[in-house]
Write a protein that binds this ligand. Structure first.
Ligand code: SAM
Length: 328
């Protein structure tokens, strides 16, 4: 088996797949209201096409898959896709990122279909702030979804909080308490610059260093082992079982150990979050290409994976499209 190794000697073992660019929330750092996310409508990949692509990646040593969006649970029949992916040889970590508004309905079926774990966005515990950040939707549905995911055994449940000054930075301690009470890990994330909201992300930006000191002023943290090879640095709250992760894509990027690629809902394989370029796998598979040729193309294109993004330096190059389009 040939492994996917890029020219910087990074082994690619993780693919994040957006199954739709649609979302039932309009988070202001992700899918601004005037978003163009649905204007460029090409047919999205069918489930059997996604499964075929994942099988090719698994043949080249990819073992981890994350389903994301948009909001993956707004696409019909997600349980069936999870079931197909969970049967692919070599895939031993199958996860989903969701806003959890619909998770109560699907948690048990997803678990039974082979989903191992979920990351759930939770930026606030305040219903009014929720409306302000997410534009619509009901916080209660999200909180129920979190509890149902924990009860269904989707372990671990990781809560993701994008921290924004003046919006939710006063809630970090409450959010940690909520995580402890519900047996979920919590990860605080720096807001990344997206072209359409670059001013918002500048004004509201808080570095993860500041976030960590805020948390440390209330909780005693001990270093913890990171699981899953992701970008978070993890700590344990003394005396508790849950972990707190700090993710700093802007101030301390982790590009040198990047092990991932992204597949958009329309089948574009993106090699780096910071660069728009990608390769259209949908066209290849619809033109009748064999698996072997597809793998060769993927192997070759991997050599173009950029060394890293440029979110933090003076010449900050923001992310071209919203995360809901790329697959966050
Ligand atoms: N709808 C799902 C959700 O809300 O979790 C999955 C898609 S969402 C694009 C995936 C993740 O991207 C979320 O955790 C969200 O917080 C994160 N995200 C989106 N825009 C971001 C930004 N500008 N900076 C940091 N994280 C962002």
């Amino acid at each position: 088996m040939s492994l996917l190794i890029d020219k910087y000697n990074r082994k690619i073992e993780y693919i994040r797949i957006s199954v739709t660019d649609r979302c039932d929330l309009k988070c202001l750092y992700c899918t601004p209201k005037d978003s163009d996310s649905h204007s460029r409508r090409r047919a999205i990949l069918r489930f059997e096409e996604i499964t075929r692509i994942v099988r090719c990646f698994a043949d080249m040593g990819v073992s981890r898959v994350r389903i994301t969006g948009g909001e993956p649970l707004v696409r019909k029949d997600m349980v069936s896709l999870i079931n197909q992916l969970s049967h692919i040889n070599g895939i031993n970590d199958l996860a989903m990122t969701t806003n959890a508004t619909l998770l109560s309905k699907y948690a048990i079926d997803l678990k039974n279909a082979g989903l191992k774990r979920v990351n759930i966005s939770l930026d606030t515990l305040n219903p009014e702030t929720f409306k302000m950040i997410c534009g619509c939707g009901e916080l209660n549905n999200v909180l129920e979804g979190i509890r149902d995911a924990v009860n269904a055994g989707l372990t671990p449940v990781n809560l993701n909080t994008v921290v924004m000054r003046g919006l939710n930075d006063n809630e970090l301690i409450d959010i940690v308490h909520f995580a402890i009470e519900n047996g979920a890990n919590i990860r605080f994330i720096e807001c990344m610059p997206v072209r359409r909201i670059v001013n918002l992300s500048k004004e509201r930006f808080i570095s993860i260093k500041e976030v960590k000191s805020l948390v440390e002023s209330h909780f005693e943290l001990e270093p913890a082992k990171s699981s899953g090879g992701g970008p978070a640095s993890y700590f344990r709250v003394k005396g508790e079982t849950i972990k707190i992760g700090f993710i700093s894509p802007v101030t301390q990027h982790f590009c040198e150990s990047c092990n991932r690629v992204r597949l958009t809902a329309e089948g574009i394989l993106r090699l780096c979050l910071g660069y728009k370029d990608g390769i259209d796998l949908r066209d290849y598979i619809r033109s009748g290409i064999s698996d072997e040729s597809l793998k060769e193309i993927i192997m070759k294109i991997m050599q173009n994976k950029p060394q890293g993004h440029q979110f933090s330096n003076d010449k900050c190059i923001p992310i071209e499209q919203s995360m809901s389009m790329i697959g966050g």
